[in-house]
Structures are given as structure tokens and as C-alpha cells.
Design a protein around this ligand. Sequence first.
Ligand code: HEM
Length: 128
Amino acid sequence: TKQPSPYDMIGGENVVKDLVEKFYQRVSSHPELSPIFPEDLTETRRKQVQFMTQFLGGPSLYTEEHGHPRLRARHLPFQITPSRAQAWLECMQLALSETEADEHEKRMLFERLKHTAQHMINTPQDRE
Ligand code: HEM
């Protein structure tokens, strides 16, 4: 028998779907983020559930359908500034706080996402 993955420990499919739903609710009403996202987030949400599932050590749903994530490359069409990365993380932190799951697993996930979000920055901060 294999060790439970973070995906199992955080609560599996239901928790990941719930988290992603709450996250994009925040994103869609964020003044800095909503302009760079599509109006209809159905497909975005579906891909993020696939990605998050494998990020947490669950089934490789994203790669099975889309190939290697190459996340930084896939984000290059969008201007990801330090403040957008910060906003993304704030939306995620709020979504996590509204999602019922083990606190330790949520914290571990957030720490990894902080690192990934920093890595996505591809545009220097624009000055007001
Ligand atoms: C796609 C923004 C960080 C995972 C996207 C899209 C945007 C975006 C605009 C395109 C949505 C679409 O066309 O459907 C941002 C911003 C970030 C950020 C502003 C701030 C740092 C992250 C992080 C992750 C992530 C940290 C990893 C958990 C994804 C995935 C997709 C995506 C999996 C779908 C890629 C695909 O089209 O296959 N993101 N993102 N993003 N993002 Fe991010």
C-alpha cells in the first residue's frame, strides 16, 4: 500500500474543486487580475483543477490532457507583475481560508504556491 499523498490528505477531488472554485470567484472580482483572465472561467477552472490535482501528488490529469505544464512559458502571453503575483496569492489565501481542510496541508500547499507564483513573474512592476 502506498503512502497517502498531500492530495489525499487535503481531501481529494471535492476539496480541490471547492478550492479552485472559490479561488476564481476572487480572481474574477479582483481589479488587477480580472482584466487578464477570460470572462468565462469554465475552462480555466477545469485546467486548474487538473493542475492542482497533480501538483498535490494526485493523478496526472493536467499532463494527460495538455502535456508538460511548462507553467512559466504558458504565462508569458500575460503580463505577470510582482503586484499581480501578490494579488494571485491573496486570492488563493482567502480561498484556502474558506475551504475546510487540514490546516497543515493548506499551509504546505500555500508555501509551495508562493514559490511558484514568484517564478511566474515576467514583467517588472509598472509605475503609477
Ligand atoms: C493560466 C494568470 C500564477 C497555474 C493562467 C491564465 C492567466 C493566469 C491569465 C490564462 C487563463 C486562461 O486563458 O484560461 C496568472 C497570474 C499569476 C498566476 C497573474 C500570478 C503569479 C499561477 C500559479 C499557478 C498557475 C502560481 C500554479 C498553481 C495556471 C494553470 C493555467 C493558468 C495550470 C492553465 C494553463 C493552460 O492554459 O493550460 N494563469 N497565473 N498560475 N495558470 Fe496562472
